[in-house]
Design a protein. Structure first.
Length: 248
């Protein structure tokens, strides 16, 4: 009897030890960017970034915790070590590479322009030509914000209104507060499908690569990136992308 109790005790301790060993990786993102991150039917975050991150965490034996914050806070949060990494449909840019290190890229994005369905404008410059300037809506601190700020606001050709989410920028467009919204193509398709009276212009604004961001001194960066590379190699990543972006 004593022996059995001892054995059970040992087993319980071992189990407790194992659960304690599964460390948590904290991922920050802005969960308002479908199909990369959004709240699923069960009110839990899901999407391409979330499922890829889950697959990597599982491969490496970590628990994954997802923290929903403003996009503008993702890079500072990673840099300061508050979060282990960010997966947020984040574009690799030279400026960001000064602040964080990026994994291999796992997806491509295109900055597109959403306008009212009845608009006759075919580009941002058409607005400038017709009205003398363009009013652009963007999600704050995104590449859509950076590029239109450089190309239009800084050039005196327009103003850029910055919203905390892409969805809020789209609401401003529907309310007539801005002429157009510049945002990544897949979220754009989602927002146009969810709201009546909008369309996406054929003229793309910029093509970019998405990657996950880590602090430059992150101790897990290499393992994480190797795991990602393996999941790209074995088709897992493409499988995840295909479930969220059905072929047209
Ligand atoms: N690709 C753009 C960027 O890196 C937008 C990303 C926005 N992501 C999000 N989860 N809201 O700036």
């Amino acid at each position: 009897m004593k022996k059995i109790v001892a054995m059970i005790l040992v087993a319980m301790l071992a189990l407790a030890g194992l659960t304690a060993m599964a460390e948590t990786l904290t991922m920050c993102t802005n969960v308002a960017f479908p199909p990369y991150e959004f709240y699923g039917e069960d009110s839990e975050p899901t999407g391409i970034d979330v499922e890829i991150a889950k697959a990597i965490a599982e491969k490496l034996g970590y628990e994954l915790e997802i923290v929903d914050i403003e996009f503008a806070q993702c890079i500072p949060g990673v840099q300061s070590g508050k979060y282990d990494f960010s997966a947020a449909g984040m574009t690799v840019t030279e400026e960001r590479q000064q602040m964080v290190q990026f994994t291999d890229t796992y997806a491509t994005g295109i900055q597109v322009i959403i306008v009212p369905e009845d608009s006759e404008m075919a580009s941002l410059d058409d607005f400038v030509d017709a009205n003398g300037s363009v009013k652009v809506g963007v999600q704050m601190a995104t590449t859509g914000d950076l590029y239109t700020t450089w190309d239009y606001e800084d050039e005196g050709k327009g103003t850029v209104d910055r919203y905390t989410t892409g969805a809020a920028a789209v609401q401003a467009l529907l309310a007539g507060k801005v002429d157009c919204v510049v945002i990544d193509n897949e979220p754009a398709k989602n927002f146009v499908a969810q709201n009546e009276g909008l369309k996406i212009l054929d003229t793309a604004y910029a093509v970019e690569d998405y990657a996950m961001a880590f602090a430059k001194d992150s101790p897990i960066y290499e393992d994480f990136n190797n795991a990602l590379a393996e999941l790209i190699e074995d088709g897992t990543v493409q499988g995840i992308i295909d479930t969220f972006i059905p072929a047209e």
